[in-house]
Design a protein around this ligand. Structure first.
Ligand code: WT7
Length: 654
């Protein structure tokens, strides 16, 4: 993190107190901080009682073999039962679980809890017919349609861990995830809708299956396909239509309870090496923290709230705050298939108005985009139902925070800036909407039950007013349990820098009041529109192109997306100047290897890259060039003239 950023932060004078009525009726009050501080494990014990357990646990936490935690030892439960059945049994069957809004206007469906139960049972029966048993992995590659949630819950019901792969990822990305976790079945759709037109998914699955067949023949046994768009799809003998197999199944299914530590899902995320990490979440602790944080941080009142989390289910936010947390809390949610700008730039606000959404949870990049589009767009809609706003995915700059609060929230609505990660499974740092005098741009302090701190290089807690590394000092129920199939990398990546501390990879500052300001990643991980991308992963995608000899990727500041991908590429001599379309060719290649979200915004063809004497690329200097700054200290470069070559090439190109 640079010193100017540090100095500028934490001088924010504005404070927003909770509205009086929210504070008076808040789910979480200031007393929760004291209760959790007095006895953290007893506090989590009480949170786990939000769930229905078939067998109670006899120990809250087993931390005898750190960093491998066991939470709620001996407890048994079924996650799908907790998300669906128990609400129907409690008489809430007719309550809407999801107001689903398809992208084509008028293509909507309300799904009640009893309907959800029946569909989950049918899907569980269908997966059983396909041979899926507890412990088997199932990959899900879907658009934002009700069947996606049904598929996830059916897997959970059977104890078959799912791995949801974001529909924007490429066939290669899907194949590598399927191979890494050994998925036997892939659930997909013919396609989904994107900006008014059907966008195919099935061809990528066909390509991915061909790849897995080449590496591990017979691994993928079945591909279950939902018909969403009706577009033509090629058929193989592994393919089964969802409507043929699922629709005829019985609408009841007796579920089995699983151990609290039974794997619930694997979610892949980018790390500092080229290989994505399979974050493993288990059942009891994960569901406890997802339910508790959703209830507490969003002050969820299941009887009256209409909640909308805009994340795609392909990311962890979609898992914890679109599916597991909200359903465990018997929430009525909006599930939207499309983009914010189709068929018009007021689509989200129209949805808020039509469904009287009370709680909205989205990302800073979306907020900044709406700011750019202008206040007159949201002004056309009635947003008075909103009472709470949330932000996640990257630091929210104070301007965007205040705009969100004023323009979307009507000036009265608290904004909770929630810090967490795929690895943490649930929100760790956030204001509490009924308690905190929130500062725009600060995630404030850890929520009750969580121990976060900022430490220096030696691992010592820094005083107020200083910066350092963000760490978690005590285990928490929704912590990742390991990386799928790689305990060693799990220990090495998260637990080896300082003894007994989980290192999150983020830099942070404590201001004079001790409130936390998350500054962003300190490793080679970029954050583009709230999505995590690895510099190394994109570099390896670039060098896999036949014209490329070497590549260096950096994340550079971008007004809308937070960071943007910028690549420096050295071509092979045989490729000459690469040809007139070289930049487009390379951008498309990255999209094919990883997915469109990883496409570099800018690619510069350069003769050399700045390296240290030991051969490490000095990305800091490349960032200086990309952000048009004076190039910093070059004294550790093996060849200090390299930067002149790059800067010269850069100015002639622009
Ligand atoms: C990284 C985790 C957690 C769901 C979405 C992203 C950044 C996340 C905030 C925030 C500042 C944030 C961090 C973190 N981040 N929320 N409120 N303020 N930074 O999940 O892909 O696992 O990324 O997102 O850098 O390490 P993810």
């Amino acid at each position: 993190m640079n010193d100017t950023t540090l100095a500028n932060l934490g001088h924010e004078a504005r404070r927003f107190a909770p509205p009086a009525d929210l504070a008076a009726n808040a789910n979480l009050t200031a007393a929760a901080y004291e209760e959790a501080a007095a006895d953290r494990l007893a506090f989590w014990h009480r949170q786990a009682e939000r769930l229905t357990w078939q067998t109670p646990w006899h120990q809250v936490l087993d931390w005898s073999n750190p960093p491998f935690a066991k939470w709620f030892v001996g407890g048994r439960l079924n996650a799908a039962y907790n998300c669906v059945d128990r609400h129907v049994e409690a008489g809430a069957g007719e309550k809407v679980a999801f107001h689903w809004v398809g992208e084509p206007e008028g293509d909507t469906r309300d799904i009640t809890y009893v309907q959800l139960l029946e569909e989950v049972c049918q899907a569980a029966n269908a997966l059983t017919e396909l041979g899926v048993r507890a412990g088997d992995r199932v990959a899900i590659y879907m658009p934002m349609i009700p069947e996606t949630v049904v598929a996830m819950l059916a897997c959970a019901r059977l104890g078959a861990p799912h791995t949801v792969v974001f529909g924007g990822f490429s066939a290669d990305a899907l194949a590598s995830r399927v191979l890494d976790c050994g998925a036997r079945v892939i659930i997909t759709a013919d396609g989904g809708y994107r900006r008014g037109a059907p966008s195919a998914l099935k061809p990528a699955v066909d390509e991915a299956v061909a790849k897995t067949e080449a590496e591990q023949p017979g691994l993928v046994e079945h591909v279950l396909v939902v018909r969403r768009t009706g577009q033509d799809v090629s058929r193989s003998d592994k393919d089964v239509w969802w409507h043929d197999l699922v629709a005829g199944q019985p609408t009841t299914h007796t579920c089995e309870a699983f151990d609290a530590e039974h794997p619930l899902y694997v979610m892949y995320t980018s790390g500092t090496t080229g290989k994505p990490k399979g974050i493993l979440h288990t059942t009891g602790g994960y569901l406890t923290a997802a339910a508790y944080t959703h209830w507490g941080v969003f002050d969820l009142k299941p009887e009256t709230d209409v909640y909308w989390c805009t994340a795609d289910v392909g990311w962890v936010t979609g898992h914890s705050y679109l599916v597991y947390g909200p359903l465990a809390n018997q929430t009525t949610s909006v599930l939207y298939e499309g983009t914010p700008d189709f068929p018009h730039r007021g689509r989200w606000w129209e949805i808020v108005q039509d469904y009287k959404v009370t709680i909205l949870y989205t990302a800073p990049t979306a907020i900044r985009t709406f700011m750019k589009w202008g206040d007159e767009i949201p002004a056309k809609f009635d947003l008075s139902s909103l009472r709470l706003l949330g932000s996640v995915g990257e630091p929210i700059n104070p301007e965007a925070y205040v705009w969100y609060r004023e323009t979307i929230g009507g000036g009265e609505t608290p904004v909770v800036d929630t810090w967490w990660q795929t690895e943490t499974g649930a929100i760790m740092i956030s204001p509490l909407p009924g308690v905190t005098n929130a500062k725009p741009g600060s995630a404030m302090i850890p929520i009750p039950g969580v121990a976060a701190d900022v430490v220096n290089d030696e691992g010592t807690s820094v005083p107020d007013g200083s910066g350092g590394y963000l760490v978690l000092k005590e285990p928490w129920p929704s912590m990742l349990r390991t990386l799928w199939g790689d305990d060693e990398r799990f220990v090495e990546t998260y637990w080896s820098r300082w003894k007994g501390m989980y290192f999150a990879g983020d830099g942070a500052k404590k201001d004079e009041d001790g409130d936390l300001w998350v500054l962003g990643r300190v490793d080679d991980v970029m954050n583009v529109s709230g999505h995590r991308l690895s510099t190394t992963e994109i570099e390896s995608a670039l060098v896999s192109h036949h014209k490329v000899a070497e590549a260096a990727v950096v994340g550079v500041s971008d007004d809308t997306t937070g960071q943007a991908v910028c690549a420096y590429v050295i071509l092979r001599s045989a490729a000459g100047d690469g040809g007139p379309d070289i930049v487009k060719e390379l951008r498309d290649h990255v999209a094919k290897e990883i997915g469109a979200i990883a496409k570099p915004r800018q690619i510069m063809i350069v003769p050399e890259l700045p390296k240290t004497r030991s051969g490490k690329i000095m990305r800091r200097l490349l960032r200086d060039v990309a952000e048009n700054r004076a190039v910093g200290d070059v004294s550790t470069l093996a060849d200090s003239t390299v930067m002149n070559l790059i800067s010269a090439g850069q100015s002639s190109a622009t």
